[in-house]
Design a protein around this ligand. Structure first.
Ligand code: MG
Length: 234
């Protein structure tokens, strides 16, 4: 990476980056669609389109539901979408991943668009919660925006942001006391990698061996990080 300085802080996405489980993703998608149909009364054949549109437009389905006045309340949403997932079966312990993270001698933060409880439960099941200084989650950004703007309800949700919005990266760096040029960001979303590069972070695309726009490195599996980016250990 030439003149780029060695990263001093790692910001690490959770879902799809530190574990991959197509079953868990499908279970989450099913629960989102069930919620949109059962709780909000959207016809079943439209729920997939509604959730897809809101996800693309707002970055998170739940933000779109709240911003558009569907009467969603965050706690109930998280309970319905994540509360009944069979984490124990879906997310086994991963000792090699823990060893790899522990061998990286720098502060590491989870930076996720998901909620904090989901992140904590996932990290506990994988056995890597202690590897991270803190979790920067969607709830934190909601609280932050609430404090800054005084907005509530749909107005608050219209002002909330998440990855790949530049403001989300700036918020995360502030929380981690980090500078863009010496922060390494790892994520499985090409949109998030592109957004991170636009604000000057160093980047690793996880889950693909091919680079995407904005990626400095690409690894198919997080466990291959040492081969792809040995400079992190130097
Ligand atoms: Mg992800």
């Amino acid at each position: 990476m030439g003149t780029v300085s060695r990263p001093r802080v790692l910001l690490v996405d959770l879902d799809g980056t530190l574990y991959r489980s197509s079953k868990l993703f499908q279970d989450v998608r099913d629960r989102i669609n069930d919620y949109i149909t059962g709780v909000l009364g959207v016809p079943a054949e439209e729920s997939n389109d509604v959730s897809g549109r809101l996800y693309r437009q707002y970055g998170l389905t739940v933000v779109g539901l709240m911003a558009e006045g569907y009467g969603v309340e965050l706690d109930g949403w998280h309970k319905a979408v994540h509360g009944t997932l069979d984490y124990a079966e879906l997310l086994p312990k991963n000792p090699p991943l823990k060893d790899l993270l522990d061998s990286l001698d720098m502060p590491k933060y989870i930076f996720t668009n998901a909620d904090r409880i989901h992140a904590e439960v996932c990290l506990d099941h994988i056995g890597i919660r202690d590897c991270f200084v803190d979790i920067i989650a969607f709830d934190d950004i909601v609280e932050h925006v609430k404090k800054e703007t005084g907005a509530t309800g749909p107005e608050l949700m219209k002002s909330v942001f998440c990855k790949p919005d530049a403001r989300a990266f700036e918020y995360a760096m502030k929380r981690a006391n980090a500078e863009a040029g010496s922060t390494m960001f790892l994520d499985d979303s090409t949109a998030n990698i592109k957004g991170a590069k636009e604000v000057g972070l160093q980047t690793v695309l996880v889950g693909s061996k091919d680079l995407c726009e904005g990626a400095d490195y690409a690894v198919e599996n997080f466990l291959h990080l040492k081969d792809a980016a040995p400079s992190l250990w130097q």
